[in-house]
Ligand binder design. Structure first.
Ligand code: ASP
Length: 324
C-alpha cells in the first residue's frame, strides 16, 4: 500500500514539475533543426526566423543543420527528440512528399509531430552556370534538348524542393538529364557558381543574391506572377510553360507530446516574427513572403500538410520516383 501511495505521489510530482517546467519555458537555448546544409535556403529562412524568435522568447534560438537524404534525416531526429520544446523543426514542402517518395521513412509526418504553424512561401528560379551558352529561355530549351546526355542538374536530394522543381520542369519540356544530389542547395550553389554543375531550380532565398550579382544565369521564376525582388526575370508561365507554378511552403514542428503551454509560446514567437515588418522585409528582399497570421496556426499547418500529401502522392507515383 505504501509503495502504491509513493508511486502515485511521484507520478503527480512528475506531472506537476512537467507543468511547472512548461510554464517556465524556455530556460535555456532552443535549437531549430534545419534538415539541409548551412548556407542554403532553409538555413537562411531559419536564421532569420531564429533571430526574431530569440527576441520574443528571451532565450537564444539557434540553428542546427542536420542534413542528408533529401531532408529526411533531420526530420527523423526531431521525431525522436525529447518533447520539451528545446529541439524543434523547420521544414518545407518535403514534409508532404517524403511519405510517397520514400518506402522506408524514420518518421510519420501525421502522427509524430505537434504543429506550430506555417512560416513562409518561397518561389523558385531556374538557373544555370554562367559558362552555359544560351542567354534566353528559348535558346535554353533548345540547348537542353540537344545536349541532354551531357548536362546535369544539381539538387538537395530526393524530396528536396530543388528535386521536385527540376522533375516538374524536365517532365514539362520532355527532357531527362542526370541529377547530382547535394546535402543542400547551399553547397550545390557553390558548385554551380564554380561551373562544376550546369543547372538548378532553387528557392529565391538562395538565388536572389547570385542572380542580382550575375554569378549565375537565370531563365525564369516558378510562380505565375513575377516577384518584386527580381522584376526583370520573366515567369516560366509567361515564357510558354503554361500554368507552371511551384512555391515552397514551410512549417514549424515540435515532437509529438510537447506540452501545450510550450507549443503556445513557440506559436506566439512565430506570430510575433511574421507580423514584424523587419522580418517581412528581409524575406521580400530574398524574393520570399512571410505567411499571414491565419496560416501561422497549428490547425492551418495540419490541414495544409494533409492536403499537400494528398496532392503530391499521385504526381510522384505517376513519375515513378522512389527511394528505399
Ligand atoms: N531547402 C533545401 C536547402 O536548404 C533545398 C531544397 O529543398 O531544394 O538546401
Amino acid at each position: 500500500m505504501l509503495r502504491v501511495i509513493t508511486g502515485v505521489v511521484s507520478v503527480f510530482a512528475t506531472l506537476l514539475s512537467g507543468t511547472a517546467l512548461a510554464q517556465d519555458y524556455p530556460t535555456r537555448p532552443i535549437s531549430i533543426v534545419v534538415p539541409f546544409a548551412a548556407g542554403g535556403p532553409t538555413d537562411t529562412l531559419g536564421r532569420n526566423l531564429a533571430a526574431h524568435m530569440t527576441k520574443t522568447l528571451k532565450q537564444q534560438v539557434i540553428i542546427e543543420n542536420r542534413a542528408g537524404a533529401g531532408g529526411t534525416l533531420g526530420v527523423g531526429v526531431v521525431a525522436k527528440a525529447k518533447p520539451d520544446g528545446y529541439q524543434i523543426l523547420l521544414h518545407h514542402i518535403g514534409m508532404s512528399t517524403a511519405p510517397t517518395l520514400y518506402r522506408k521513412l524514420p518518421f510519420n509526418p501525421l502522427t509524430d509531430f505537434e504543429y506550430i504553424g506555417q512560416v513562409a512561401d518561397v518561389p523558385m528560379t531556374l538557373i544555370a552556370r554562367t559558362g552555359l551558352p544560351p542567354d534566353n529561355y528559348k535558346d535554353f530549351i533548345t540547348y537542353i534538348k540537344a545536349n541532354r546526355d551531357k548536362l546535369n542538374l544539381g539538387n538537395a536530394g530526393l524530396g528536396a524542393a530543388s528535386h521536385l522543381c527540376g522533375l516538374m520542369f524536365l517532365s514539362r519540356i520532355q527532357a531527362d538529364i542526370q541529377t547530382v544530389p547535394y546535402n543542400g542547395t547551399g553547397p550545390a550553389m557553390t558548385a554551380l557558381m564554380g561551373n562544376q554543375i550546369d543547372l538548378m531550380c532553387d528557392q529565391t532565398t538562395n538565388t536572389t543574391g547570385p542572380i542580382q550579382s550575375g554569378r549565375v544565369k537565370v531563365f525564369g521564376v516558378t510562380t505565375k506572377k513575377r516577384i518584386p525582388a527580381l522584376p526583370f526575370v520573366p515567369t516560366l508561365h509567361e515564357q510558354g510553360l503554361k500554368d507552371f507554378e511551384v512555391a515552397v511552403w514551410h512549417g514549424l514542428y515540435a515532437p509529438k507530446g510537447t506540452p501545450k503551454a510550450v507549443l503556445d509560446k513557440l506559436n506566439a514567437a512565430l506570430n510575433a516574427a511574421i507580423k514584424d515588418q523587419q522580418f517581412k522585409d528581409s524575406l521580400v528582399k530574398l524574393g520570399a513572403e512571410a505567411v499571414t497570421p491565419d496560416r501561422a496556426t497549428p490547425e492551418s499547418l495540419a490541414r495544409h500538410l494533409r492536403a499537400e500529401i494528398d496532392k503530391w502522392a499521385p504526381i510522384i507515383k505517376a513519375a515513378g520516383q522512389y527511394a528505399d
